[in-house]
Design a protein around this ligand. Structure first.
Ligand code: C2O
Ligand code: CU
Length: 518
């Protein structure tokens, strides 16, 4: 059974969305897909740790029409198949929910008609199919997909529901970047396991409350569902596509031998030119494409991709609940707080994967000095409406713009003219009692640019120094005490879209709001 436009309108409550019938561009009678995929979410098992298999939830898929490599599995992983799409393709995806609870898929970073975006209002019940139809209009880049049912996104992603969505286009193809076996997908996710190898998520009580307020951290980091994989590589250049698919952990990515990280693309695709940094801060949901050029190395060389250490207080300047200690300074964390924290706090030094150079191979690839062209003046022009969006915490609850999530409502400030441009000034001023944290703020439907960052506590510097603000982003990390201005060219598609914190426990707690494009 498929969800029809009429069904969706019924779910939306008829008149609740004025004029909803006209703008929705799905179930188009003349839609002829270039690619048609079947995707389902169901319970399964994965071998993650030695010993017993782990019960997970996972996406599986099948190509019904179009290039056979439109789907590419990640071997031995609970992750969903990688969708490989090309700009301009018309895509139909038949998503079937085989989970024991409602779900819906969101295509993170993709420019989608509202009804195709996987908004929580369009969740489908078990055994129901939702048919997505859209045209790929994004630039080439590393995007991803995951469920988005309200209150359950954190739990469903944590159980294993996530996959990459890679877009190519002519501009990228012309650069002849490393591809095929020279392209390495790396999805970083931390997890906790019990003695029987089963996943542990939020528990009840004080511990669960703290995990929710801070965001849930695992004590083992998995790369594509494996712990610390070892890659055997040649003396050539590789393209790593890195996704932080963790619920709450922030990584400060660096090579163990101090080779600089050479970043060529961020959330929304290619940067104008490569950026070299000692480290790259990757917040939940963010992506970085990095070139690892091993052409000068001798066979036998080893190195590791690590998350470099930083003080947890850099991203989590929360005093003890209600005690109001250490606001913005990262001081005054009592012993009780660390007792309640994960054994591996944010900022713990982590070894993510190891690389061994095992053979000589000639390689002529040089990272191009210029990757894409950007309109540099656009980012500086400030004569567009500016909206202030605040982040805060009060009485055990995070707030976005002073509010929490409501399924269909929007305020006048959250009503935006189709195709217009706005600057959003996101203010992480903290709340009462010193509750403050770094929040990765994500907007659905469009990529934006970072105009400026102001403020930020001294404690946050070890994390801030790895931030990459170049290029197009759909998720921006807003540090404690910081004000980040982003410039957003809004979509022409009308309807509801979300903006929220991508710490999934924060999102599920309601640091999420709609904006309505009219
Ligand atoms: Cu990646 Cu609203 O989500
Ligand atoms: Cu948050």
């Amino acid at each position: 059974m498929s969800i029809t436009r009429r069904d969706l309108l019924r779910v939306l409550g008829g008149g609740a969305v004025a004029g909803a019938a006209a703008p929705f561009s799905f179930a188009q009678p003349a839609f002829v897909p270039d690619v048609e995929l079947a995707l389902s979410a169901a319970a399964g098992e994965a071998r993650i740790l030695p010993g017993a298999a782990t019960r997970v939830w996972q996406f599986t898929g099948k190509v019904l029409k179009g290039p056979a490599d439109s789907l590419q599995a990640i071997p031995d992983s609970y992750l969903g198949p990688t969708l490989r799409l090309r700009k301009g393709q018309k895509v139909r995806i038949r998503f079937r929910n085989e989970l024991p609870e409602p779900s819906i898929v969101h295509w993170h970073g993709m420019d989608m008609p509202s009804a195709m975006d996987g908004h929580p209002h369009s969740v489908i019940d078990p055994k129901i199919e939702f048919v997505y139809e859209f045209e790929v209009t994004n630039r080439a880049g590393t995007y991803w997909y995951h469920p988005h049912p309200h209150n359950r996104t954190g739990a469903q992603v944590y159980q294993g529901l996530a996959g990459l969505l890679l877009v190519t286009d002519d501009e990228e193809a012309a650069l002849k970047l490393p591809n095929g076996d020279d392209e390495i997908r790396c999805v970083l996710q931390d997890r906790r396991f019990d003695a029987g190898n089963q996943l542990i998520y939020l528990s009840g009580g004080m511990m669960g409350m703290m995990d929710q307020a801070h965001g849930f951290l695992g004590d083992r980091v998995l790369v594509n569902g494996r712990e610390r994989p070892a890659l055997s590589l040649a003396t050539r250049a590789y393209r790593l596509r890195l996704l932080n698919g963790s619920n709450a952990r922030i990584y400060k990515l660096a090579w163990s031998d101090d080779t600089p990280m050479t970043m060529i693309a961020s959330d929304g695709g290619l940067l104008e030119r490569p950026v070299q940094q000692k480290s790259i801060t990757l917040a939940p949901a963010q992506r970085a494409d990095v070139i690892l050029d091993l052409s000068g190395r001798t066979v036998g060389t080893t190195l590791e991709l690590r998350s470099a250490p930083f003080p947890a207080a850099a991203v989590d300047a929360m005093g003890m609940m209600g005690m109001g200690m250490g606001r913005g300074r990262g001081r005054g964390m009592g012993g009780m707080r660390s007792m309640l924290e994960s054994a591996v706090p944010n900022g713990a030094e982590l070894s993510l994967l190891s690389v061994r150079v095992v053979r000589r191979e000639a390689s002529s690839f040089r990272t191009p000095a210029r990757l894409s062209s950007f309109d540099r003046s656009w980012i500086r022009e400030a004569d567009v409406p500016t909206r202030r969006v605040t982040l805060g915490f009060e009485q055990g609850q995070w707030f976005l713009d002073g509010r929490t999530f409501d399924m269909l409502s929007t305020t006048p400030e959250e009503t935006i003219a189709a195709g217009s441009t706005q600057i959003w000034e996101i203010v992480n001023g903290g709340g009462m009692m010193g509750m403050q944290a770094a929040h990765p703020i994500h907007l659905h439907g469009r990529q934006f640019r970072v105009m400026s960052r102001e403020g930020g506590s001294a404690a946050g510097r070890p994390v801030s120094e790895g931030l990459v603000n170049a290029g197009w982003l759909d998720t921006v990390l807003v540090m404690p005490d910081e004000t980040v201005r982003i410039k957003i060219p809004f979509t022409h598609h009308r309807g509801l879209y979300l903006y929220h914190c991508h710490i999934l426990e924060h999102e599920d707690m309601g640091i999420m709001r709609n904006f309505r494009v009219v």
